[in-house]
Design a protein around this ligand. Structure first.
Ligand SMILES: *Cc1c(COP(=O)(O)O)cnc(C)c1O
Length: 543
């Protein structure tokens, strides 16, 4: 890891001469000073004043400024943007980008290709196809049949997923929208990311009546029995299911859905009911996708000497990711566990036909030569202009880090997460949520050790669905204790964050349930060590 850090995460101008630029080098230096957010402003020379000036500024300068001079407010804004390089930064599924990804993205920015159309990007289009082939090969898609599009974040990747399903199952929706007569239900899981809601709402789907949110198991993965029941109920009524959205790696607790059983189930049921439309399966693997770097890892020889506990759980998760190839499309966020700057997201598509189902009529595209229409994606993409910084950053990171580099970075994060779980397990009053999930995200609840001697039993009690006053009061008391500790502890060792929904209660007879809040840390940061975790745990209860 130390070599990897020094070569790819140190912003070292000897290795990456772009960082020699005076502005960049001052930026990098100022961000080497690690302090909690609240203290960073005071530590920056003239920081308070610069911030006030920035907030008061509303006029564009009259004349040009001399090139080459460092512009202080510009540098200040960059310097005081969130410091993901701080080893304590574990707030969410966000990482510092690696040096080669910054370098690659800079080349892409300087060349400024527009991926909307071949004539506007030329060879950059080949680069996009190359990354798509590489990821296709890695996951087990046929690289000749697969395709993909770099797009605006994981949310858009999932939006594509829903659209593929809708346009294949309901081709008339292209002109008539969703409510033109054919009854349908969209299926996702309660463990899914909130982008499910933003996307479906954007598409004009009636969330209450046309969306089925399938239950989750105690591991926060989709309940396959409930999924089957819901599908059967739809198919009996001849109700279309255009899309099933699965998740591999939920944001807060890394629940990983199985894909093969869903793939098989869809085929069995559509055959049984004599239906021609098989639901499109999109997998939201925005966070989890890098586990596919381990699909050909030799777990027996373990060449990276991954520790035993992490190796076993990694192996378990990787077996699930072996099923990702059964998805019709999936989300790849290079901007998360791929260590590439924003925005760098790729929607991968198993068969070109899915993307072709999005094609609009040629007469809409009067800007573009007739001859090239149909050969490129622009009639199918949601956007018009598409920037290439994310693509260049992703390609460069893949080239410089290689599969082994990624494996080491991911293993480092998972070992940290395991160490953190282990420390919590031996601290009174602490309980890890979905302990068995073993991804980079660790969600937990804290109880007052003076009152709660058995956190496992306490969570089991809280998870019973019970709307009585006594039950509610006890859950509220526990929530208040943890929230208070979280606020009083301050930023210490690790910068965790609060989540309103870290797990859920069980279900009532009518399927009702409640979210339970908690705290989380996500271990993707290549600079975090045991030492940061120890410091955090030492002040866990803010005592
Ligand atoms: C982050 C995330 C998304 C949304 O991705 P953006 O890149 O932030 O738009 C979707 N699904 C999951 C599981 C995520 O963690």
């Amino acid at each position: 890891m130390s070599t990897l850090r020094a070569r790819y995460f140190a912003r070292d101008p000897k290795l990456w001469p772009v960082f020699r630029d005076p502005g960049l080098s001052r930026l990098v230096e100022s961000r080497r000073h690690h302090a909690p957010t609240a203290e960073r402003l005071a530590a920056y020379p003239n920081g308070e004043h610069l911030l006030d000036a920035l907030k008061a500024d509303h006029a564009i300068p009259d004349g040009p400024r001399i090139p080459g001079e460092v512009h202080e407010p510009l540098l200040f804004a960059a310097a005081l943007s969130k410091a993901w390089e701080n080893p304590s930064s574990v707030e969410n599924v966000v990482t510092m980008p690696c040096d080669p990804a910054i370098y690659g993205a800079m080349l892409g920015v300087a060349a400024n290709p527009n991926l909307v159309y071949r004539e506007y990007c030329e060879v950059a289009e080949e680069l996009e196809k190359t990354v798509v082939r590489q990821i296709a090969q890695l996951v087990g898609y046929d690289p000749a049949e697969a395709t993909g599009v770099f797009t605006q974040g994981g949310t858009f990747c999932n939006l594509y997923g829903y659209l593929f399903g809708i346009r294949k199952a309901m081709p008339d929706a292209l002109h008539l929208g969703l409510e033109h007569g054919q009854d349908y239900r969209i299926i996702n899981s309660q463990g899914g990311h909130y982008s499910n809601t933003t996307n479906l709402s954007l598409l004009g789907v009636n969330l209450a009546r046309k969306t089925i949110r399938v239950r989750v198991t105690s591991s926060h993965d989709i309940d396959l029995k409930d999924l089957e029941d819901q599908l059967v109920a739809c198919f009996r009524l001849n109700c279309l299911v255009p899309c099933i959205m699965l998740t591999m790696g939920t944001t807060d607790t890394f629940g990983v859905d199985r894909v093969k059983p869903v793939y098989d189930l869809c085929r069995q049921l559509t055959a049984r009911f004599g239906l021609t439309t098989v639901p499109h399966i999109h997998v939201d693997s925005a966070v989890g996708w890098p586990l596919i770097f381990f699909l050909d890892y030799d777990f027996a020889a373990n060449p990276l000497a991954i520790n035993a506990a992490t190796l076993a759980s990694l192996h378990h998760n990787v077996e699930r990711f072996r099923e990702l190839k059964y998805a019709d499309s999936f989300t790849v966020d290079f901007q998360k566990w791929g260590f590439v700057p924003y925005t760098s997201s790729l929607v991968m598509i198993k068969e070109r036909a899915s993307l072709q189902a999005l094609e609009h009529d040629p007469e809409n595209f009067s800007y573009f030569e007739k001859g090239t229409q149909g050969q490129t994606h622009f009639q199918s993409t949601i956007e018009c202009s598409r920037g290439a910084a994310g693509l260049f950053g992703a390609y460069s990171a893949l080239q410089y880090l290689g599969k082994r580099g990624y494996q080491m970075l991911i293993a480092h994060g998972l070992q940290n997460a395991n160490y953190f779980r282990h420390r919590l397990a031996h601290t009174p009053g602490a309980l890890v949520i979905a302990q068995q999930n073993q991804g980079p995200s660790v969600g937990f609840r804290l109880y007052d050790p003076a009152i709660v001697t058995d956190p496992v039993a306490e969570l089991a009690f809280e998870k019973e669905f019970d709307d009585s006053a006594a039950h509610r009061e006890r859950v509220t008391r526990n929530n208040a204790y943890h929230r208070d500790v979280f606020l009083r502890r301050g930023k210490h060792g690790l910068y965790t964050n609060w989540v309103q929904f870290v797990t859920n209660t069980g279900y009532s007879d009518t399927g009702a349930w409640h979210p339970l809040p908690g705290e989380k840390a996500v271990f993707m940061n290549p600079l975090t060590d045991h030492d940061h975790i120890d410091r955090f745990v030492a002040r866990l209860h803010a005592t």
